[in-house]
Design a protein around this ligand. Structure first.
Ligand SMILES: [Zn+2]
Length: 273
């Protein structure tokens, strides 16, 4: 089994969207320590290619046309020797635009024509039912509207290739989807590998390494911050207990690293394989 990280692009967000409940001074101090700007967060979008020998699996598709600074996934796959038609499985951790936007091409058709698109059943129901309640999001209304319209447009285009899943489920040998709700109702984490070598892809259960150091710092894009915090803790405890590598879609590229529990209750992040 071979895993390859692929940079779809990035986007810049106001820092208060990423850390809405962090104290102004402690956030400024934490960003200063990391030599990062105080006002904005440059957030990468990192997709994961899993080649098992029998299956070619893509986890998340990047932003597609919904961002001017992202949407490079097809070009990146090509650099890895993969054509869109070679991908047989696309796993969508959730239906936010930066994860699902690249699942549909410029003509509104599935970008990976031969793939089954795996998504949580709860996620499908949430976005395609009567208007999804997005009030829990601490981002401006136009951003919420864009999230809703992109999810609906993409899910509609994918409907004949969608494979909704429920609970913890095997997607392919060595690849399991784990419910990790809170960021969205059907948000999934992905556990890859087996035996002594495992990679836990936490999706958007944390969107910045500071969310590991300060597990009580919420993310404005979490629909249900309390459940998201529980899911994040569960995933990190599992990763440290079983000595897994961790991947997080928005962490600095290559978005893979290790976590270690700290005495203050948080976790430290060490990037790299
Ligand atoms: Zn995201």
């Amino acid at each position: 089994m071979q895993c390859t990280v692929l940079a779809d692009g990035y986007c810049s967000y106001p820092a208060e969207w990423f850390f809405p409940n962090a104290g102004h001074e402690s956030l400024a101090r934490a960003l200063d320590e990391r030599r990062q700007p105080r006002e904005s967060v440059l957030s990468p979008y990192t997709c994961l290619l899993i080649e098992t020998g029998r299956h070619t699996i893509l986890v998340d598709t990047g932003a597609g046309d919904s961002s001017r600074t992202a949407g490079a996934i097809v070009a990146r796959l090509e650099m890895a020797g993969i054509r869109p038609r070679d991908v047989d499985t696309v796993i969508l951790t959730h239906a936010h635009p930066d994860h699902i936007g690249g699942a549909v091409d410029a003509r509104g058709r599935p970008a990976f024509p031969n793939a089954r698109y795996v998504l949580s059943e709860l996620e499908w129901e949430f976005w395609t039912g009567t208007r999804p309640g997005l009030r829990g999001l601490r981002v401006p209304e136009d951003v919420r509207n864009q999230m809703e319209s992109t999810a609906r447009r993409c899910l509609d285009a994918l409907r004949f290739q969608l494979e909704p899943v429920a609970g913890e489920v095997q997607i392919a040998p060595g690849v399991r989807a784990l419910p990790a709700p809170g960021h969205t109702p059907g948000h999934l984490a992905i556990l890859i590998g087996g035996g002594g070598r495992k990679l836990l892809h936490i999706g958007d259960a944390a969107v910045h390494p500071l969310h590991l150091e300060h597990p009580d710092w919420e993310n404005g894009f979490d629909l249900d911050a309390r459940r998201a915090t529980v899911a994040r803790r569960d995933l990190l405890e599992r990763a440290t207990a079983e000595d897994m590598r961790l991947m997080a879609f928005h962490f600095p590229f290559p978005s893979v690293g290790r976590v270690a529990a700290r005495r203050d209750g948080g976790w430290s992040w060490s990037p790299g394989w």
